[in-house]
Design a protein. Structure first.
Length: 68
């Protein structure tokens, strides 16, 4: 029962994170963040998010590269 609860909590956090990602990836939201944070801060955060995505996705890309 504990495993099911942990899995459901993980799924809920994943859904919330995905929703925030989709919301922040719209052009209007990006323009507002750009205006609030400023160019340098916004671009630094964007670079860090892209780096995090690359770091989390490298095992998948590595396995895909090994498959025929």
């Amino acid at each position: 029962m504990k495993i099911i609860k942990k899995f459901l909590v993980l799924v809920c956090f994943g859904c919330v994170g995905f929703g925030l990602f989709k919301l922040l990836s719209t052009d209007e939201a990006q323009e507002k963040l750009f205006g609030i944070l400023g160019e340098d801060t916004y671009l630094a955060i964007l670079d860090k998010v892209r780096l995090l995505g690359d770091l989390l996705g490298w095992p998948i890309h590595f396995v895909k590269a090994l498959l025929p």
